[in-house]
Design a protein around this ligand. Structure first.
Ligand SMILES: *Cc1c(COP(=O)(O)O)cnc(C)c1O
Length: 385
């Protein structure tokens, strides 16, 4: 990997390709994936990097995953099980559900993409929130759907009244992340019920619980599966092995669907071998080590509260978070601060959506990475003041 930004191949004006492309695609915003550690090392000449931009688990995966991957080496000449049978059975069995209600993807982002491909036609409407997880907007728009984005309140909480108002119009799909990424705010049971009751009966509810394991430790976090099981409508809850289970690099996410029809519709649009053999084995091994996951999640939640306190003591506004990151109002444009942090080797995510350019999202890392961030931020804010 090189540190240089790739040359643009050609500008859209001179490219025939951009005229040939579907207009939905040519107009799509880019997902903001951030900088790699190598790129930062080379561009800024720093050796110590604190990666706090992608909500990864600083403890990494269970040691059981390393053992499973070593054992795998002799088996990579064969195709993976296209149905991910063992993994779906393991997930279903812990949740007390049949495996035919479980779908797995090449990350849960793959499941978001499949849901949009299977359910959204041009002109359909999807509702999500802003600030948003980029793919909740990008994938619906890729299919030609319009996306209504409901802002969070001034206090950086879900605006349940605004959600209910938005859901009075015909809606094909709700994309609700609980807790939200990037804010970290969550709806409680009463708020969750109000939103799903407001949704038309023919709306597919997509509840993205990428941070479920962290949020489960937050007081009042609703049992979405239990509540949704009372609903007579299609829904899916998405979870991932990328965050609490420490497998972001291998790409495995799963969905729990209202019924096996939703699963079989997704099966029709997915690439047959969407979850590779290493990902399946690693996810199974990680899933078997609940203790490792619980330990790292508990530690992260503790570190999160320490960091929130430090940031508030610096006079910054910090959104209450039920996840493994904090959304921080710097009270000034985030670009120069993010740049100063990079020069210290600290990678965070400066938010780019209109109206949120004063905010950064910072993942909770190891205690030393968090201290590195606080020190670098103190210097960056002081230097620019
Ligand atoms: C991280 C994240 C995902 C994607 O996770 P993968 O399983 O790695 O694709 C999905 N939704 C939200 C809200 C996330 O923050």
């Amino acid at each position: 990997m090189t540190a240089t930004t790739p040359e643009p191949i050609s500008t859209p004006a001179e490219s025939t390709a951009s005229h040939l492309a579907r207009s939905e695609v040519a107009d799509l915003p880019m997902y903001n994936a951030g900088l790699s550690s190598d790129a930062v090392r080379q561009r800024y000449g720093v050796t110590r990097i604190s990666r706090l931009a992608s909500n990864e688990n600083p403890a990494g995966a269970s040691p059981a995953v390393a053992r499973a991957l070593v054992d795998l080496v002799s088996g990579i000449g064969v195709y993976p099980d296209a149905a991910s049978t063992e993994l779906r059975e393991a997930i279903g069995s812990r949740l007390g559900l049949a495996a035919d209600r479980i779908v797995v993807g090449n990350g849960s982002e793959n499941l978001l993409e499949l849901l949009c491909q299977a359910f959204l036609s041009p002109g359909d409407r999807a509702v999500t929130l802003i600030p948003s997880f980029g793919l909740h907007e990008i994938y619906p728009r890729m299919m030609g759907a319009t996306v209504t984005m409901v802002p969070v309140t001034e206090a950086l909480e879900f605006d349940v009244d605004a959600w209910c108002a938005a859901l009075t119009a015909p809606t094909k799909m709700v994309l609700l992340s609980n807790p939200s990424n990037p804010v970290g705010c969550m709806v409680d049971e009463a708020q969750f019920r109000r939103i799903i009751d407001a949704a038309p009966d023919d709306t597919l509810l997509v509840i993205d619980e990428a941070y479920f394991e962290y949020a489960s430790l937050a007081e009042g976090f609703p049992d979405a599966l239990k509540i949704l099981h009372e609903q007579h409508r299609p829904w899916i809850v998405l979870r991932t092995f990328s965050k609490a289970w420490g497998l972001a690099g291998l790409r495995v996410g799963y969905g729990i669907a209202s019924d096996n029809v939703v699963v079989s519709l997704l099966d029709r649009v997915r690439t047959p071998f969407n979850v590779n053999i290493a990902a399946q084995r690693a996810a199974l091994a990680a899933w078997s080590d609940v203790e490792h996951m619980n330990y790292s999640v508990t530690d992260t939640v503790r570190q999160r509260e320490v960091m929130a306190k430090q940031l508030k003591a610096m006079g910054l506004t910090v959104a209450p978070s039920a996840a493994n990151f904090l959304f921080i109002d710097l009270g000034r444009p985030n670009g120069p601060v993010a740049e100063a942090l990079l020069s210290h080797g600290v990678i965070i995510k400066p938010w780019k959506e209109a109206g949120y350019e004063r905010f950064i999202r910072v993942s909770i890392g190891s205690a030393s990475d968090n201290a590195h961030f606080i020190k670098a931020l103190t210097e960056a804010l002081g230097a620019a003041a």
